[in-house]
Design a protein around this ligand. Structure first.
Ligand SMILES: Cc1cc2nc3c(=O)[nH]c(=O)nc-3n(C[C@H](O)[C@H](O)[C@H](O)COP(=O)(O)OP(=O)(O)OC[C@H]3O[C@@H](n4cnc5c(N)ncnc54)[C@H](O)[C@@H]3O)c2cc1C
Length: 384
């Protein structure tokens, strides 16, 4: 994809972002209003990465259809939408993270079942990994998948799972055997008996409707286990890691969109600056451009090899740090009552903080980055 192509794609995404900007504060107060946006100007079907057969009228750039099925296309478009309202973008129906797991693990029948459900109408999906007492450490995962007669039963609790309370279908990670290779991914319809998902009260990215899932002996079939036709080393955790590697550049672009929005707000609301403040703004402007380049490089690397998350972790560390720094310092630049006087800034501060935890904390990203560095992967990454 050429620079001209991506520049045109970004400009097009900006036109979709306008209605989101207008509703950002209202949606933050009441995420339930989201359907109004969906029914209005936002063409969700074109923006969420549906396959060609379910997206008959895709976005076109330079005469070419853009399905948003690559990380590069996603980070360019979603950064612009997140600059308007990251919470609303995360509230969009569609495949999100579970779609990556399907791409990695599903057989033909599972793929057909998943996509025909997701594309039928505005349908939400979820990716259930994190647990209340074990966090997102797969080594101690407590959710189990056990045989029961001719079928299987899922039991356990997942927490902080985006969109789960409104989802129709999703992927649950569960332990079938001991050890990391014993974790499998299961395709679950949320209307199964014993499956309950409820929204959690949250401060940031409220549109995402973080939820708790409680599963009590949920009946599933062997045909619901993703990757069962694969070897033991290419199942649940293998796919989860590749999903994280592909989605971290996307989370980075969300954080970057929030950072850019806070910068935009400061320069719109305040005209006169001291010399040190002018330097600070110039520094931010440069770092926004540099971080955008890193996020794009991470997206290219993820498209080329989802097995390598080195650059994705670097991008997430940098974009998250920038979002937190610009949003919190913007409060100082706009005066003592800034969060009260500018509800959008108050929302941006809360949204920025959430990225620290989403898809693994900064410490986990630093570990991945250090491992990649020690394995000599950063040299390759620079070529991205
Ligand atoms: C907005 C948002 C959306 C989310 N969406 C989803 C979702 O859709 N599905 C899902 O399953 N989960 C989701 N999560 C949960 C998220 O993935 C986890 O909260 C995140 O990975 C952190 O994991 P944890 O809560 O287990 O914290 P932990 O990993 O336990 O971390 C707790 C603290 O310990 C530190 N720490 C942990 N391990 C190490 C180590 N080895 N070395 C140094 N320090 C360490 C961490 O940095 C952190 O400070 C979401 C969270 C947020 C905030």
């Amino acid at each position: 994809m050429t620079t001209e192509f991506l520049t045109e794609l970004r400009a097009l995404a900006r036109t979709y972002a306008e209605p989101l900007r207008a509703t950002a504060v209202a949606l933050d107060r009441d995420p339930g209003l989201f359907r109004t946006v969906l029914d209005g100007a936002l063409p969700w079907r074109q923006l969420v990465g549906l396959p060609a057969e379910h997206n008959p009228d895709p976005v076109r750039v330079q005469g070419r259809p853009v399905l948003l099925d690559t990380c590069v296309e996603q980070v360019v478009v979603l950064e612009e939408l997140a600059r308007a309202d990251a919470g609303a973008v995360l509230a969009l129906p569609g495949p999100s993270m579970s779609g990556f797991v399907i791409a990695e693990l599903a057989d033909d029948a599972q793929r057909e079942r998943y996509w025909s459900t997701v594309a039928a109408g505005p349908t939400w999906t979820f990716f259930g990994m994190t647990e209340p007492t074990h966090g997102s450490d797969p080594g101690s995962m407590g959710t189990t998948l056990r045989p029961d007669g001719d079928g299987l039963r899922l039991t356990g609790t997942k927490r902080y799972v985006g969109n789960a309370a409104r989802a129709r279908i999703g992927v649950v990670f569960a332990r079938r055997n001991a050890g990391p290779l014993g974790v499998v991914a299961v395709l679950v319809d949320t209307d199964r008996p014993g499956f309950v998902a409820e929204p959690l009260p949250t401060l940031g990215l409220r549109g995402l409707q973080l939820s708790e899932i409680r599963m009590t002996d949920v009946p599933v079939d062997a045909a619901d286990v993703l990757g069962r036709h694969r070897s033991a080393t290419r199942q649940g955790m293998w796919a989860a890691t590749r999903t994280f590697n592909r989605y971290r550049p996307v989370v980075s672009c969300f954080a970057l969109g929030v950072a850019q929005a806070a910068y935009d707000l400061v320069v719109t609301e305040r005209r006169r600056y001291r010399a040190d403040e002018r330097h600070l703004l110039a520094d931010w402007a440069q770092r926004l451009v540099g971080t955008r380049a890193l996020v794009l490089a991470a997206a290219r690397a993820a498209d080329r090899d989802p097995g390598d998350g080195t650059l994705a972790s670097a991008a997430k560390i940098r974009a998250t740090r920038l979002a937190e720094e610009i949003t919190t310092t913007a409060v100082r630049l706009l005066g003592p009552g800034a969060r009260w006087e500018h509800p959008l800034l108050d929302k941006l501060v809360r949204d920025a903080r959430a990225f620290e935890f989403m898809e693994g904390t900064g410490n986990i990203q630093r570990l991945t980055l250090a491992q990649g560095y020690l394995q000599g992967r950063l040299g390759d990454a620079r070529a991205a």
